[in-house]
Design a protein around this ligand. Structure first.
Ligand code: DC
Length: 233
């Protein structure tokens, strides 16, 4: 096969705030691949549920959300200036809103619902059907693209991850505390990895990457080498 046109699927899973999306975006850019942030899709469904009073800290109208799933239209639109695709919920750009701590606090709850997962996984499979794709999330290597040629599993200590996330939110001007972020990171780790449907687990054939003490450049170089090895075979 001509190495110039061989396209593969790259699945990047792992805990929240492990820097999956940063690496995934860089890889996609370098390879000329599509990048899909599946967390953004779960976040957008959560935002819809919040806007329609279907979910809060105390309540969750699961049946109503399931009934409303047909009304939830998710799309990615590439933003030339930013260099990545932004999330649109029913034709409204929600890229900024879905990253707030308020959404982070409820997204794991919404992500446990099988009907929600079924809808999003179907859309993800469709987007990636022609390969040439870097997709990040929690169940990409175990459920969405079990046959991905390269699977990575990113980890880092909860404290390191919370600190990264805290800095990101501060840079955006959000009013948050480090303790609050750490609590959210640990809470999401727990829910994401213990839920019944598609829990966050490392696929048997995934390569683990602990980046607690690894800079971005080194990570990228290592991962890009792995990709080159596969593509050139
Ligand atoms: O990647 P993220 O932190 O933006 O994801 C937000 C939440 O969405 C995460 O806590 C769990 C859920 N999620 C999921 O269940 N499956 C995916 N493939 C991606 C995200």
């Amino acid at each position: 096969m001509n190495i110039l046109i061989k396209k593969i699927t790259i699945a990047i899973d792992g805990f929240s705030s492990t820097g999956k999306s940063t690496i995934a975006k860089q890889l996609a850019k370098k390879l000329g691949y599509i990048y899909v942030d599946t967390g953004a899709m779960y976040r957008a469904v959560t935002l819809y549920a919040m806007q329609n009073n279907l979910v809060s800290k105390e309540n969750f109208s699961i049946k109503k959300l399931i009934k409303d799933l047909d009304k939830i239209n998710l799309n990615f639109k590439y933003n030339e200036e930013l260099g990545f695709a932004e999330m649109f919920l029913n034709d409204v750009n929600v890229e900024k809103e879905i990253r707030t701590l308020a959404v982070s606090k409820l997204v794991s709850k919404v992500s446990t619902i099988s009907e929600v997962r079924k809808k999003l996984v179907a859309q993800q499979k469709l987007i990636g059907k022609n390969k040439g794709l870097v997709m990040d999330g929690r169940d990409i290597g175990t459920v969405v693209f079990k046959d991905a040629e390269l699977k990575l599993f990113m980890t880092a200590s909860a404290k390191k991850r919370a600190l990264r996330r805290y800095k990101e939110l501060l840079d955006r001007g959000d009013d948050v505390s480090y303790e609050e972020i750490l609590k959210n990171v640990e809470y999401r780790d727990f829910i994401d990895s213990t839920r019944e449907d598609s829990p966050l687990v490392q696929a048997e054939d995934a390569i683990e990457f602990d980046n607690s003490n690894m800079g971005l450049e080194e990570q990228f170089e290592r991962i890009y080498n792995l990709v080159q090895n596969i593509i050139s075979k």
